[in-house]
Design a protein around this ligand. Sequence first.
Ligand code: SAM
Ligand code: DTB
Ligand code: SF4
Length: 332
Amino acid sequence: MVNSLQVKEFEAEQEVRSLEWSFDNIANLFSQPFMDLLLRAQVVHRENFHANSVQLSTLVSIKTGGCPEDCAYCPQSVRFETGVQDQNLMTTEAVVDAAKLAKVNGASRFCMGAAWRGPKDRDLDRVAEMVSAVKALGLETCATLGLLKDGQAEKLREAGLDYYNHNVDTSPEQYGEIISTRTQKDRLDTLQKVRSAGLSVCCGGIIGMGESREDRVRMIELLANMNPYPESVPINNLVRVAGTPLEGSDPVDSFEFIRMIAVARITMPRAMVRLSAGRSEMSDEMQALCFMAGANSIFYGDKLLTTDNADALADINLFERMGIETTRDVLN
Ligand code: SAM
Ligand code: DTB
Ligand code: SF4
């Protein structure tokens, strides 16, 4: 247990080392008493954002299932029997309809996800067309299409893409147990391409895949020491989908999950920390503690990609009860 004197010393040290987060410093954050950690995260949050404001992003799966990769958490891998119905790349018209609906419902960002290892050039041309059409509606645009080849990030940028989502998923140490068909280095290369093209980076990971506290620290270390760190950091609680190798994973202790949000907030003070997959299993009180810990964005809408999201009306009701303003209040 860290005593208050140690925390003071640690804070002084952190000021000097502004950008770098060592393993020990992150581990020390994690092991602070829960209240101390939450208070600190809330202070950092208030220094950088409106305290009572949450951003809403809506996801749509533009190409579903049949993915050749073997990500052990994913219902869309062709290798697992999960009952997901494959669906070819949607038409631009259908995507625009979904985006209009998302906007009417109050989302400020529209995120298009595709179950690919990475896009072929002709797929990318079609996604670029979708991005331009969604951008023209006045929404922020995000895409998550897998690994990118040289030049593809630039094409997306030119089409009007704002964010590219590509997650590190877990610690470097655990990564090989979860995915064998591409390395974490492959992912970091794609993130570099995204950065170089001038896109904003959305990058986070998943909690609840049997990882240790040390793995969680290592994942934060990877994210927080990116220079610059990602603009958006989705923290997903594993959705345990029947048929995937991880369906029987033990649920994560709620306090540990909230700690993860708080540590992400403290180490990446200006990032949008998104309370992502897994909200449909969380109580209102659990979500409230995640917002207290510095989460300031959610996926909003009835579906994530293939699984059910928390009910949108329940979300609105929760925000009303908490006095939280969302992009829905601002935009409509
Ligand atoms: N195929 C692309 C890729 O892998 O980059 C884009 C879509 S993929 C579904 C996007 C992210 O969703 C994954 O990197 C993972 O972090 C998250 N994800 C997928 N299945 C999940 C699950 N069952 N629970 C929580 N997060 C999940
Ligand atoms: C992210 O980090 N989480 C989202 C989004 N980025 C693409 C996806 C969650 C997917 C959950 C499982 C599913 O619905 O298929
Ligand atoms: Fe394919 Fe992405 Fe799912 Fe991995 S996470 S199996 S790459 S859709």
